[in-house]
Design a protein around this ligand. Structure first.
Ligand code: SAH
Ligand code: SF4
Length: 398
């Protein structure tokens, strides 16, 4: 059985009225410091100090900042916060996958919102799957998140906050030992990769996602290589060149169908940006090479998109694009009419793809027992009822 803990209260403190320093650019940080009277000539040095404490050391409290005077620390904590998102639940799957349900405070007249963040430990790497929005406007018919309408975009501090929270909980800071039961991958970093594949369409929250990813990739802070950060989009074509040029992160495309008639149904955004336009944007994505390929995600839906003719067409469509293909076994959720393709069919499909030169493309489902697998994320506002959960478990077992 998965471990399931309801954390009461919040060990990191709930974000309150004070602005958080997490998620600000260096310029915004410097301006915030100027706003509390830090002299301009000090701003650069203070910004660098804070950046180090926030992103290298993972400080959750100004008191930890031992190279800052006591008076100034008090001043900082009077005006600013370093709060993490509130943890509503933390679940650990039988396979080591961890899922956090996180709550963010209301913004303006709104109400508190909840999102999920998932950590997937694998041989040699640890991938954090981060959410960009609460819900999603895009209603892809096979996606659980798509059944929840958009509540709001997440802010940079809330996107970066997911990364910091995961690192806190895992013990992923220099000089810390990993939390109980967590095995450090060979890279030494627990969160070695980030994928924007949680809830939401990241390119519909462009500015905030971009700001957050630039912080995750900043060499004086979290410092993840851009090759270890992947943004997945259902195909918001006009934003694809921009995210490439402005961040340089890796791209994943939720393709899922090779014909427009079918993709129009599975990924309704296709009616606006059909396959040919999407692939043209992929071909033009900056910096592609054999070492920097686009990942094409393809969810395996029984008798819908899983024929061998589809596999051959997939290979034909992608010819000439440095590509990886990721076949995702469909993860069922209560209320869906789709079924996952039979395993034998997935393997036959994968064979066609393999023979065209794409290596081991089947993505093993992770964390299914805690509903942490792709497309199963949905926030607590619509928490699964026991009956639904049982139906789902039966579906997975069958
Ligand atoms: N909105 C973005 C990123 C989040 S979805 C996008 O669509 O790309 C992350 C991946 O999970 C996408 O490829 C999505 O199509 C896939 N997915 C969604 N629902 C799924 C399900 N039930 N089973 C398997 N994969 C699913
Ligand atoms: Fe939104 Fe992606 Fe789900 Fe489509 S697959 S509904 S774009 S989260």
């Amino acid at each position: 059985m998965p471990e399931h803990s309801e954390l009461t209260g919040n060990r990191h403190g709930q974000a309150g009225e004070k602005p958080s320093l997490v998620g600000m650019t260096r310029e915004q940080l410097a301006r915030a410091l100027a706003g509390i009277g830090i002299p301009e000539r000090q701003a650069r040095m203070r910004t660098a100090q804070l950046w180090h404490w926030l992103y290298i050391r993972g400080a959750t409290d100004f008191a930890a900042m031992t190279n800052v005077s006591k008076e100034l620390r008090a001043e900082f904590s009077h005006h600013f916060s370093l709060d993490r998102p509130e943890i509503v639940t933390e679940q650990v799957s039988e396979d080591g996958t961890r899922k956090w349900l996180l709550r963010f405070p209301p913004r303006g007249a709104g109400r508190p919102v909840e999102v999920e963040t998932v950590y997937i430990p694998e041989e040699g790497r640890g991938t954090l799957c981060v959410s960009s929005q609460v819900g999603c406007t895009l209603s892809c018919t096979f996606c659980h998140t798509g059944t929840q309408k958009l509540v709001r975009n997440l802010l940079p501090e809330e996107i970066v906050g997911q990364v910091l929270l995961a690192r806190d909980r895992l013990g992923d800071y220099p000089g810390h030992s990993p939390a109980d039961g967590v095995v450090a991958p060979a890279t030494g970093r627990l969160v070695s990769n980030i994928v924007m594949m949680g809830m939401g369409e990241p390119l519909y929250n462009y500015d905030n996602v971009k700001a957050a990813l630039l912080i995750a990739a900043d060499g004086d802070g979290i410092g993840l290589s851009k090759r270890r950060i992947t943004l997945s989009t259902s195909g918001v074509v006009p934003m694809i060149p921009r995210i490439g040029a402005e961040t340089g992160v890796m791209l994943a495309i939720s393709l899922h169908a090779v014909r427009d008639e079918l993709r129009d149904v599975l990924v309704p955004l296709n009616r606006k940006y059909p396959i040919a336009e999407l692939l043209a944007a992929c071909r033009a994505y900056p910096g592609l090479s054999n070492a920097r390929r686009i990942t094409f995600e393809y969810v395996m839906l029984k008798d819908v998109n899983d024929s061998l003719a589809d596999a051959r067409e997939l290979v034909r469509l992608l010819a000439g694009i440095p590509a990886k293909i990721n076949l995702i076994p469909f993860n069922p959720w209560p209320g869906t009419d789709y079924e996952c393709s039979d395993w034998a069919q997935i393997e036959r499909f994968a064979d066609v793809v393999n023979r065209a030169g794409y290596a081991s493309p089947i993505r093993t489902p992770r964390g299914r027992d805690i509903l942490a697998a792709c497309g199963q994320l949905k926030s607590e506002t619509e928490r699964l009822r026991i009956r639904e959960r049982m139906a789902l478990e039966a579906m997975i077992a069958g």
